[in-house]
Design a protein around this ligand. Structure first.
Ligand SMILES: O=c1ccn([C@H]2C[C@H](O)[C@@H](COP(=O)(O)O)O2)c(=O)[nH]1
Ligand SMILES: [Zn+2]
Length: 182
């Protein structure tokens, strides 16, 4: 008769490799999504994360105003042809990630971004030597500047792939973690 005691089940579960660990691509995309949570943009929050060939995160960024430009003073509105348009002021997530890399070489790195990069970010991606891009949303694919991105990325051979998550959700439950300590 097989031993199905709770003790044996616990022993087995705690002595062998966990099976539901995060896959690398989900891990880095989730890191970008978490970074996006820092964004104050009321419409689109973008996060980006740059990873080297040893799977080390070398930089992270999200969309926001330049340092010392107050989130309370600068506009989050969209007002074409007006000085009150956020577009004039926001530093894009990918640009922030590249700037946050602190001088590290980005040659042959991989960028994970929650939104397909615009043409301006794409120029920076190419110029910094990033070789691969994973994105989640491509909601602006029809727009001219995003079509220009695809054109540049294809032309120079930066591999650009929509990330297909291996799992449906990742939950961070602070309460449950704290309860574990009690
Ligand atoms: O490559 C990109 C493109 C856009 N963003 C940021 C810039 C803005 O803050 C939002 C887009 O706002 P909408 O109101 O959806 O136009 O996304 C970025 O970080 N990276
Ligand atoms: Zn951009």
């Amino acid at each position: 008769m097989s031993d199905t005691s709770p003790d044996k089940a616990v022993a087995e579960a705690t002595s062998s490799k966990r099976k539901d660990y995060l896959h690398w691509d989900d891990y880095f995309m989730a890191t970008s999504l978490l970074s996006a949570k820092r964004s104050k943009d009321p419409v689109t929050q973008v996060g980006a994360c740059i990873v080297d060939q040893q799977k080390r995160i070398v930089a992270i960024g999200y969309n926001g105003f330049p340092r010392n430009c107050s989130d309370d003073e600068f506009p989050w509105s969209k007002c074409r042809d007006s000085l009150e348009d956020k577009k004039l002021y926001v530093v894009h997530a990918e640009a922030n990630a590249i700037l946050n890399s602190n001088g590290a070489s980005l040659v042959d790195t991989t960028l994970y971004t929650t939104l397909f990069p615009c043409n301006e970010c794409t120029k920076l991606i190419i110029q910094s030597g990033i070789k691969q891009v994973f994105y989640m949303s491509n909601k602006y694919a029809h727009k001219k500047n995003y079509r220009a991105s695809s054109r540049m990325l294809n032309a120079v051979g930066v591999v650009c792939t929509r990330h297909v998550p291996a799992r449906k959700q990742i939950v961070i439950d602070f309460d449950a973690i704290l309860q574990d300590d009690e």
